[in-house]
Design a protein around this ligand. Structure first.
Ligand code: UD1
Length: 386
């Protein structure tokens, strides 16, 4: 961690927060870019501990060179209320001990909202990276987190143009909104050459035999409560994936929530087919290796919709909406929901025509974190209040 020595003129102090897997690849380039500023802001990192398994956690810190957190709040899993409340309870003394010039949060997980709320109530300015995304589906816990975090943020960095209209509609002052692009794509571009090859992933899994021919493969990720918590929906989705796997082998790295639900619903036997490869959660470089050469991606993740657009890989989103509309308008994404016919039709289109070619959206150029750091510098120099 780069803490300026005493006597050196500093820019102020920024306390960065991460909690769950999708936060890590966003925070890595932001902390690197802030660390390049001169004068240097004092930086510290708090991990709430929302995600704690090595596969969901340590692997990312190591692969992405994220500094070790100064503090881990060790919150772990729980209901939304318990998890959010526990983060708040444990984060408050951290702010009391050493109030920073600003708290920087990313994304839309429970830790994002919890820490933003504690900071705002203490009069500590909040910086939100990946602001303004809206699925307009309040049944999604992340949608609640996004709306509330944005309302109490002082500086809002948006990844795509839709974010500006969403925020203005919700009464956010235009002067607080900065269109900077996508920090996840900064991370992707920086690490593409380090991606772990598929052959290595298959070797590590003891399944070098998995891909017989050269027809390629599809990758599946699934973890949204709306897809995995209801056994009937989960079964329908998995049966659709099995149909797909008969046309193109499918690799399925499994989120712990999904594994638990599959075991609880007695669906393991259904998945025991040679064309489907079940893997544990992958590290960042492994996942990048799987995605970049896939013929098709099936997912309910938000970040993967963006990463596949940046990679030019066709993506079928197993949700009825997306908070990232630019991936559909300009990128490779097709929204197929949970309906088997729509999913299979989108898949057939990919098999026959290669799917949507797409183009890379504005400012997804690897420089988003530099723009963020520059904007933060200007904001701190001007007294950190917009
Ligand atoms: C969280 C985020 C979601 C994000 C996802 C990425 C919220 C509301 N949701 O969902 O936006 O897309 O992370 O992974 O913040 N578990 C483990 N080990 C871990 C973490 C979780 O086994 O390290 C299991 C536990 O059974 C836990 C369950 O996964 O109860 C859910 O974890 P939780 O952090 O509540 O939400 P995610 O589903 O991971």
């Amino acid at each position: 961690m780069q803490i300026p020595t005493s006597g050196v003129q500093t820019l102020g102090s920024i306390l960065c927060v991460v909690g769950a897997r999708p936060n890590f690849m966003k925070m890595a380039p932001i902390m690197a870019a802030l660390g390049d500023l001169r004068p240097l802001p004092a930086l510290s990192l708090v991990h709430t501990g929302q995600h704690y398994d090595a596969a969901m956690n340590h692997q990312y810190f190591e692969a992405l060179g994220i500094p070790q957190p100064d503090i881990n709040l060790g919150v772990g899993s729980g209901s939304h209320a318990i998890q959010t409340a526990e983060v708040m309870r444990r984060f408050e003394p951290v702010l009391d001990a050493k109030p920073p010039s600003a708290v920087l949060v990313v994304g839309d997980v429970n830790s994002t909202l919890a820490c933003a709320l504690v900071a705002a109530k203490k009069g500590v300015p909040v910086i939100h990276v990946e602001a303004g995304l809206r699925s307009f589906d309040r049944a999604m816990p992340e949608e609640i987190n996004r709306i509330l975090t944005d309302q109490i943020s002082d500086l809002l960095f948006i990844t795509e143009v839709s974010g500006r209209a969403n925020l203005l509609r919700e009464g956010i002052a235009e002067s607080r909104i900065h269109f900077v692009g996508n920090v996840m794509i900064d991370t992707l571009r920086r690490n593409l050459e380090r991606a772990v090859p598929l052959s290595q992933i298959l070797k590590d899994a003891g399944r070098e035999d998995f891909l017989g021919g050269d027809a390629g493969y599809a990758v599946l990720t699934l973890h949204r409560p709306s897809n995995v918590d209801d056994p009937a929906i989960l079964r329908t989705l998995l049966e659709t994936v099995l149909k797909i796997s008969r046309r193109l082998p499918v690799i399925f790295p499994m989120h712990p929530r999904t594994r638990t639900m599959i075991e609880r619903s007695g669906l393991e036997e259904v998945l025991d087919v040679p064309e489907l490869l079940l893997l544990p959660p992958m590290g960042y470089l492994e996942m990048l290796g799987l995605m970049k050469d896939a013929r098709a991606m099936l997912t309910d993740s938000g970040g993967i919709q963006e990463e596949t657009t940046a990679l030019g890989v066709p993506c079928i989103t197993l949700r009825n909406n997306t908070e990232r509309p630019i991936t559909v308008e300009q990128g490779t994404n097709t929204i197929a929901g949970q309906d088997p016919e729509r999913i299979l039709a989108a898949f057939e289109d990919i098999l026959h025509s290669g799917g949507k070619a797409g183009r890379v959206p504005e400012f997804w150029d690897g420089q988003a974190s530099t723009r963020i750091a520059e904007a933060i510098r200007g904001w701190l120099e001007n007294g950190s209040r917009s």
